[in-house]
Write a new protein. Structure first.
Length: 747
C-alpha cells in the first residue's frame, strides 16, 4: 500500500508539470554525507536571521565614525540594533533583521518600508584580530557616502531585493510591483540550500519513496557531467587529459547564476535552462575586465573561467571545489596536483621560486574587493608582464615584486624560458587596437570574432567592440555570428547590429526574434523597436510580437531600477508615445535622482516635441543634482547653440570636455563650436589636445585636416590626412579628402 501511495505521489508530481521545493532537511534524510558537508558552508550561512548564534559583530555599544556620523551598535531586549543616519540623514535606531555572509566580513540587513531590505554599509570584519579583523569598517572608506547618495545604505545601490537576494537564498522571487513600487520578495529557504542547484525536489522525494524506484528518478536536473570521468596525466609532459569530452555546461551554468556578473531578465528559472534564458551576462567590458581579460571590477568567476585553457579542456567547477562544502578538493597546491604532475610543476624548476610557492599566486592572482575580501582570478593564465609593459595591464609577477616594473619581470621570464611569451589568452593586442581604433584594429577584431578556437565570451566581446565599425566590410562577420552555436555570441552580434541603419537591421535581425534563448530574443526586440517594427516581414511578425512582450516583461520585472525605467521610456518614445515615455523617465529620476541618462533622454524627448525651453529646464534640473555630469553639460551646450546663445554654449561645451577629457566627441563638438563662433586657432588647439589622447579618432583627424587647410597650414594637413589614411585605408570619404589635400598642396 505504501509503495502504491508513493507511486501516486510521483505520478501527481510529474502530471502537475512542476515540482515543489521540499527543503534541505528533507534532502539530508537520504543524502546525509552531502548535507553534513554543506552545513556550515558559505552557502549555508549566506543569510540568517539575526540572533545570538548568527551575529558576529560587536553590538556592546560599539561606536564607529564615518563622514561626520557616529553610529552605535547595541542590543535591546535581546535584539540587535544600530543607531545611524537614516534616509533623511538623521540618527535613528534600526533593528537588524538578518545577517548577510560570514567571512571575511559580515553585513547586516535592515528592513525599510515597502518590503525593502537594505544592506548596511558598515560591515564587521570577521577575520581574526591578528589578521586585522574583529572591527567595524565602512565598505566605501574614502568616499564619504551620505544620505541621498545611491551608495548610502538606504539607497538604491544597497537594496538587497535587487542587488543581492537571488544569490543568497533558494527559490528567490523578487516580487516587485512596478505600480506601487513595493516588494513582496519570497524564498523557499533563507540560505543557498540543496535545491538552489539541484532544483525542486518533490518529484525526486516521491520517486525515492517508491519501493521499486523504477523509471525517472524525478530530479529536476542531473549534475552528472563528472560521472565516470577521469583525468590521466601524461608522464612525459606532466599534462592531464580528460577521459571523455565535456558534452554540456550544465554544472558551470548552474554556478554562473550567482558566480557571474550578470543582469537578471526574469525569475522563472528552471534547472537545465540556458543561463541566457534568465540572465544577460557581462562581456569583457572596459571597467569590468582589463583589456587582456583579467578581472578588474567584481565580476566573480564565470567570465574569467570561460577564458581559461582549463575550461576549454573540459574542467568543471567541481573538479576543483567540493560542491557541498565549497572547500577545495585538496589543500593548497595539491588541488592542482590532482591533474598536473607535482614533480614537474610544483617544483623550483617550473616556478623559478623556492619550494612551496603557491600555484595560485602566479596563475590565479587575487584582487581585494569590499576592503577585506581577496578573490582569485579564475582565468588561470600564464603571467604576461610583457603585455603589461605594452598595455598597462596588471600581472602576477609585480603583485609581489612591487619595487620592479613589468619590463623587468618580462625580461626575467624571457631569460627563464628562452622562448617567445605565450599562453592560452592571446587576444589583448587585438582588443586594444580595436578599442582604440588603431590601424588594423578593425581587421584584428574581425579575425578574433571569427576564430572558433577562441572562447565564445572573447569572440562576443570582439563583436561588441566591432560595433563601432558597422560598415559593409564588417557586416559579413556579424551575419555569421548570428548563426553561432553559442548564445552569448549571437546576443553580442544582435546588440552590435542594433546601432545599424534600419535597412541593415531589417535584413539581418527579424529571424532572431525566434532564437531559442531569451537574451537573444530580448536584444532583437530592443533593436527593432519603434517604426522598424511595422516593416518587419510578415513571416517574422508573430515571433517579434512575442519577443517584444518578453522585452517589456523584462523591463517591468526590473522596473525597480532606473536603467529599466529608461529602457521603457526609450521604447515608448520610439513608438511615439511621448506621455508614457516622459512618465518613465521621471520614474527613473525618482528612483535615483543622480541617474544622468534619464535627464538627457527626457531633454531629447522634449526637444523633439519642439519644446527647447522645457528640454533645457530638464538638463538644468539634472545639473543642479549632478553638477559634474559631462553628458548634461554637453547636451545643454548643444541646446544653447540651437538657441544662438553662443557664449553660454561655449561655457557648457567647454565644461563637458573638461569634465570628461577622454570623450573625443565632446572635444570635437566644442572645437566645432569654437570655430563657428570665430575662434579657429583655439578650435585647432582643442582638437590637437584631444587627438593626443585619442590618436586614431576619425572625426578629430578629418576635422583637423579641414581646419589646417583653411588656415593655410598645408604641412599639418598632409600629416593629419596621412594618419587618417593609415586608420581608414579603404574609406572612399578619406580617399576624397586625401585628393583634396594633394590638390591644394600641388601634388
Amino acid at each position: 500500500m505504501r509503495t502504491f501511495v508513493a507511486a501516486l505521489l510521483l505520478a501527481k508530481a510529474f502530471c502537475a508539470g512542476a515540482a515543489d521545493y521540499v527543503g534541505g532537511k528533507v534532502c539530508g534524510e537520504c543524502h546525509a554525507k552531502a548535507y553534513e558537508a554543506w552545513r556550515g558552508s558559505h552557502h549555508d550561512l549566506a543569510m540568517q536571521e539575526a540572533d545570538a548564534r548568527t551575529v558576529l559583530g560587536n553590538f556592546a555599544n560599539a561606536k564607529f565614525a564615518y563622514a561626520g556620523i557616529t553610529s552605535t551598535f547595541f542590543k535591546r531586549d535581546g535584539k540587535y540594533y544600530v543607531n545611524t543616519d537614516g534616509p533623511d540623514g538623521k540618527l535613528a535606531d534600526f533593528p537588524i533583521k538578518y545577517t548577510f555572509g560570514v567571512t571575511p566580513l559580515q553585513q547586516y540587513l535592515i528592513e525599510l518600508p515597502g518590503g525593502r531590505l537594505q544592506a548596511l554599509s558598515i560591515a564587521w570584519d570577521s577575520r581574526p584580530k591578528a589578521a586585522g579583523g574583529q572591527r567595524w569598517f565602512h565598505l566605501y572608506p574614502k568616499q564619504g557616502i551620505k544620505a541621498g547618495d545611491p551608495l548610502h545604505w538606504t539607497g538604491i545601490g544597497q537594496n538587497w531585493n535587487f542587488m543581492c537576494s537571488e544569490c543568497h537564498s533558494t527559490n528567490l522571487r523578487k516580487g516587485y510591483d512596478a505600480q506601487t513600487g513595493t516588494y513582496r520578495t519570497t524564498w523557499s529557504e533563507i540560505d543557498v540550500s540543496c535545491e538552489a542547484c539541484h532544483g525542486p525536489g518533490s518529484a525526486h522525494v516521491a520517486w525515492a519513496k517508491t519501493g521499486t524506484r523504477t523509471g525517472n528518478n524525478g530530479l529536476a536536473l542531473a549534475l552528472d557531467e563528472r560521472k565516470g570521468v577521469t583525468w590521466t596525466v601524461d608522464p612525459a609532459t606532466g599534462k592531464p587529459r580528460r577521459s571523455a569530452p565535456r558534452t554540456s555546461a550544465r554544472e558551470i551554468e548552474i554556478c554562473a547564476r550567482c558566480h557571474a556578473r550578470a543582469a537578471r531578465l526574469a525569475d522563472d528559472y528552471v534547472p537545465g535552462k540556458p543561463l541566457l534564458d534568465t540572465h544577460r551576462p557581462a562581456l569583457l567590458e572596459d571597467g569590468l575586465y582589463w583589456i587582456d581579460g583579467q578581472m578588474r571590477d567584481e565580476v566573480y568567476n564565470w567570465g574569467s573561467f570561460l577564458q581559461s585553457r582549463m575550461y576549454a579542456a573540459g574542467v568543471t567547477c567541481s573538479d576543483c571545489h567540493d560542491p557541498h562544502s565549497l572547500e577545495l578538493r585538496a589543500p593548497g597546491n595539491a588541488v592542482c596536483g590532482q591533474c598536473h604532475a607535482a614533480a614537474k610543476y610544483d617544483a623550483p624548476a617550473h616556478t623559478h621560486h623556492q619550494a612551496g610557492m603557491a600555484c595560485a599566486s602566479c596563475h590565479m592572482p587575487a584582487t581585494t574587493y569590499m576592503v577585506v575580501d581577496p578573490r582569485h582570478d579564475h582565468s588561470l593564465r600564464i603571467p604576461r608582464p610583457d603585455v603589461s609593459a605594452r598595455l598597462g595591464t596588471p600581472n602576477a609577477c609585480n603583485n609581489c615584486h612591487t619595487k620592479q616594473d613589468a619590463a623587468w619581470a618580462a625580461a626575467a621570464i624571457a631569460k627563464w624560458t628562452n622562448a617567445k611569451p605565450g599562453g592560452f589568452q592571446n587576444f589583448a593586442d587585438a582588443m586594444q587596437r580595436g578599442t582604440a581604433g588603431a590601424p588594423g584594429g578593425r581587421g584584428a577584431l574581425m579575425t578574433l570574432a571569427a576564430d572558433k578556437a577562441q572562447p565564445a565570451l572573447v569572440r562576443a566581446s570582439a563583436l561588441a567592440r566591432l560595433g563601432a565599425w558597422l560598415t559593409p566590410v564588417t557586416l559579413d562577420t556579424f551575419a555569421r555570428a548570428l548563426n553561432d552555436p553559442d548564445p552569448v555570441v549571437r546576443m553580442a552580434a544582435v546588440e552590435a547590429l542594433a546601432a545599424a541603419p534600419a535597412e541593415v537591421r531589417l535584413r539581418y535581425l527579424p529571424r532572431m526574434a525566434a532564437d531559442p534563448v531569451r537574451a537573444v530574443r530580448v536584444a532583437t526586440a530592443r533593436a527593432l523597436a519603434g517604426p522598424t517594427e511595422t516593416r518587419v516581414p510578415q513571416e517574422h511578425r508573430a515571433a517579434l510580437a512575442k519577443a517584444m512582450d518578453e522585452y517589456v516583461a523584462t523591463l517591468t520585472y526590473n522596473a525597480d531600477r532606473p536603467e529599466s525605467r529608461l529602457g521603457l521610456g526609450a521604447l515608448y518614445a520610439a513608438r511615439g508615445d511621448r506621455a508614457r515615455a516622459v512618465a518613465e523617465y521621471e520614474k527613473a529620476i525618482a528612483l535615483d535622482p543622480t541617474f544622468v541618462p534619464a535627464y538627457a533622454n527626457l531633454a531629447d524627448l522634449l526637444r523633439d516635441a519642439g519644446d527647447e525651453a522645457a528640454a533645457q529646464a530638464a538638463l538644468r534640473r539634472g545639473l543642479a543634482r549632478e553638477p559634474k555630469a559631462a553628458a548634461l553639460h554637453h547636451a545643454l551646450g548643444l541646446s544653447l547653440v540651437r538657441q544662438k546663445q553662443g557664449a553660454q554654449a561655449l561655457d557648457a561645451l567647454a565644461a563637458a570636455s573638461r569634465l570628461e577629457p577622454a570623450n573625443a566627441r565632446y572635444a570635437y563638438v566644442y572645437a566645432v563650436a569654437l570655430h563657428d563662433l570665430g575662434q579657429p586657432k583655439k578650435a585647432r588647439d582643442v582638437l590637437a589636445a584631444a587627438l593626443a589622447r585619442s590618436p586614431y579618432d576619425r572625426e578629430l583627424l578629418s576635422t583637423l585636416v579641414l581646419y589646417a587647410l583653411q588656415a593655410g597650414d598645408r604641412e599639418a594637413a598632409r600629416g593629419y590626412v596621412k594618419r587618417l589614411r593609415e586608420v581608414e585605408p579603404d574609406d572612399p570619404g578619406v580617399a576624397r579628402l586625401v585628393a583634396q589635400v594633394e590638390a591644394v598642396s600641388g601634388r
